[in-house]
Design a protein around this ligand. Structure first.
Ligand code: SAM
Length: 304
């Protein structure tokens, strides 16, 4: 196993293997740890979380006969939503064993283990069969994945010929990327590395699209969902601030972890406000020789 994979596993487990109970204190009940989707600025977080999953399923035209792969599946929110609402098969991969335990327990409680598989697997070494999936989704995970070239190349291989892929990802403006490439890391970046996410980096949307195109994906639709992330982060921060005392009293996590998470969420709200981070949905399909399958003709096919 290569050194990068070991480092990534340790880095991811550092954050995601904290007790799920901790995340329940500030995320929505299904533990979506990525930007939700608001139709009104005062929508409750829970509704915005469901909107996001429903929008992604619509963009991917998820149906009963699909087998969907979720790369970086977290605590399985997309997996459960797709399996329960569409009856399709869903496989999720994550680097956190604690998340796998959580998903397996919940699937068996709900009696839908036959539709759901969850594996500890790195996005760099996905050992699925060629054309095993009709759809691939990755929500808030590529920020942790260092070799996107490798990941998109395997996505092309494991996706069926008329398959679709949706990438929900953060990115940064070119001015910040230029500094990053010159080796300049801000204090907030160093804090993030030390206390929250030891692995990962953000790149520009242009680089993500280029890597997808270089791996023979045709870009179908791109939606900027940045403002939805600002709203999502404000909800998470409010929730954590309200529950701070209770988390301290019950000793859910170490005091330093709790303070670091509060600071992290405050920093994220500011970063989005200051135009230093963006968030996008990119829908794409495999480029193939031969005839094109008809997709929705208008953007109505890609909105709620
Ligand atoms: C921010 S969470 C998002 C989780 C989920 N998709 C959601 O929206 O709630 C990132 C997820 O990506 C997973 N992840 C990070 N790096 C990964 C990698 N190299 N291979 C597979 N999964 C990875 C983490 O374990 C975690 O489950």
């Amino acid at each position: 196993m290569d050194d990068q994979i070991e480092l990534d596993k340790k880095g991811i487990q550092f954050h995601y293997d904290l007790p799920p109970e901790f995340f329940h204190y500030f995320l929505d009940p299904d533990l979506n740890y990525s930007c939700c989707y608001f139709q009104n600025t005062d929508d409750p977080l829970e509704k915005a979380a469901k909107n996001k999953l429903s929008l992604i399923c619509k963009k991917l035209s998820v149906s009963k006969d699909d087998h969907v792969l979720d790369i970086g599946c977290g605590w399985g929110n997309f997996i459960f939503f797709a399996a329960e609402n569409y009856g399709c098969h869903v496989t999720g991969i994550t680097l956190s064993p604690a998340q796998i335990d959580y998903i397996e327990g919940k699937a068996s409680q709900k009696g839908i283990s036959h539709l759901i598989k969850a594996r500890v697997m790195h996005a760099h070494e996905m050992n699925f069969k060629p054309r095993e999936f009709n759809k691939i989704v990755t929500i808030g995970a590529i920020e942790h994945i260092s070799d996107l070239e490798r990941m998109f190349a395997s996505c092309f291989n494991i996706l069926k010929d008329d398959g679709l892929m949706l990438v929900h990802s953060m990115s940064i403006p070119w001015k910040n990327r230029k500094e990053q490439l010159a080796g300049k890391f801000s204090e907030s970046m160093q804090f993030l590395r030390e206390h929250i996410f030891p692995v990962g980096q953000m790149i520009t949307l242009n680089e993500i699209l280029r890597t997808m195109e270089e791996n023979n994906f045709e870009i179908i639709d791109v939606e900027n969902i940045t403002d939805h992330y600002t709203l999502t982060l404000r909800c998470w921060l409010n929730n954590l601030q309200k529950k701070r005392k209770e988390i301290e009293e019950k000793k859910i996590v170490e005091p330093l972890k709790l303070r670091a998470q509060l600071l992290f969420l405050m920093g994220c709200v500011q970063a989005f406000k200051d135009n230093n981070v963006y968030c996008y949905h990119t829908l794409a399909r495999k480029i193939l020789e031969g005839s094109r399958k008809q997709l929705p003709l208008t953007r109505k096919g890609y909105c709620l």
